[in-house]
Ligand binder design. Structure first.
Ligand code: CP
Length: 299
């Protein structure tokens, strides 16, 4: 792999290879830290806010022995009018091998991947607009398979703001590739009918029947101009102790709007524990992605 742009550009074999390597790093984190020192350099360029993704890429980079640099947009020469390609090309010339990028604009990272860099720069999508968040989908896949085994025929219910969620889009693409039965559940104002491989069930009780996993989605306030009827939404779509099926595991990519998409008491109960396992799994998945990209590119 030269870049990681989206799920579409990964083969099923590559996805399974990432998962296998993540498993290895989960068991051998210390070895991962000791094995390689000063392998290369990773730049983190986050144009949108992040806690989990940015920190887990930084943690993964350090555990692999990469040097890691946080690009501060507000203190950079972008504010003097320099373009993003020139910025990346200069970071590459200074010594960065991999740039991890989060941006609000769809197609931003793919466009940058088509440019020619002075010293072979690799790009990783750390969340782009409403369209894609491939490493989140990979860590969710890793988490699901750890708890459920094969996803063949498993019912995964995604509840919430589908239309504004890059996590939902990347997950639907990945999970359906492994023959999971993905059902989205949301009010009509959160439906996105352009998605292939997802069915909708508007009624939460109906959607949750026989679910193997339930994934809550955050209402993406920063991407919504209209007023959301929160009280009605909570009444109709909140996941809580009463409606979460007994056998289903509960997930959420974070950050969670407590008592909106999931009740606070459920998050803090035993059944909420996988939500806090997900960012931990994200470190192992991001170690695997960084490793495969670095090893796969002639430098
Ligand atoms: N899930 C996720 O992308 O979280 P952050 O925005 O905190 O990185």
């Amino acid at each position: 792999m030269q870049h990681l742009l989206d799920i579409k550009s990964l083969s099923n074999d590559e996805i399974l290879q990432i998962v296998e390597l993540a498993k290895y790093y989960e068991k051998n984190v210390v070895l991962g830290t000791q094995k390689r020192k000063n392998r290369g350099s990773v730049a983190l360029l986050f144009f949108e806010n992040s806690t989990r993704t940015r920190f887990s890429f930084e943690m993964a980079s350090r555990k692999l022995g990469f040097d890691v640099f946080n690009f501060e947009v507000q203190k950079s020469s972008l504010l003097k009018g320099e373009g993003i390609f020139d910025t990346l090309n200069n970071l590459n010339a200074i010594g960065c091998d991999i740039a991890v990028i989060r941006h609000s604009q769809e197609g931003f990272i793919e466009n940058l991947s088509k440019k020619s860099y002075a010293y072979n720069l690799s790009l990783i999508n750390a969340g782009e607009g409403k369209k894609s968040h491939p490493t989140q989908a990979l860590l969710d896949f890793y988490t699901l398979t750890k708890h459920l085994g094969s996803l063949e025929g498993k019912k995964i219910v995604i509840v919430g703001d589908v239309i504004h969620s890059r996590v939902a889009k990347s997950n639907i693409e990945l999970l359906s590739r492994f023959n999971a039965n993905v059902v989205c559940c949301c009010p009509s104002y959160f439906e996105d009918w352009s998605l292939e491989n997802a069915s909708y069930e508007a009624n939460l009780e109906e959607a949750l029947k026989d679910a193997d996993a339930v994934m809550g989605l955050r209402i993406q306030k920063e991407r919504i101009d209209t007023k959301i009827p929160y009280a009605q939404y909570i009444n109709d779509y909140q996941i809580n102790e009463k409606n979460l099926p007994e056998k289903a595991i509960l997930m959420h990519p974070g950050p969670v709007n407590r008592d909106v998409e999931i009740s606070s008491s459920l998050i803090d109960s035993k059944r909420g524990e996988i939500i806090i396992e997900q960012p931990r799994n994200g470190v192992f998945i991001r170690m695997a992605v960084l490793d495969l990209i670095f090893e796969g590119v002639q430098r």
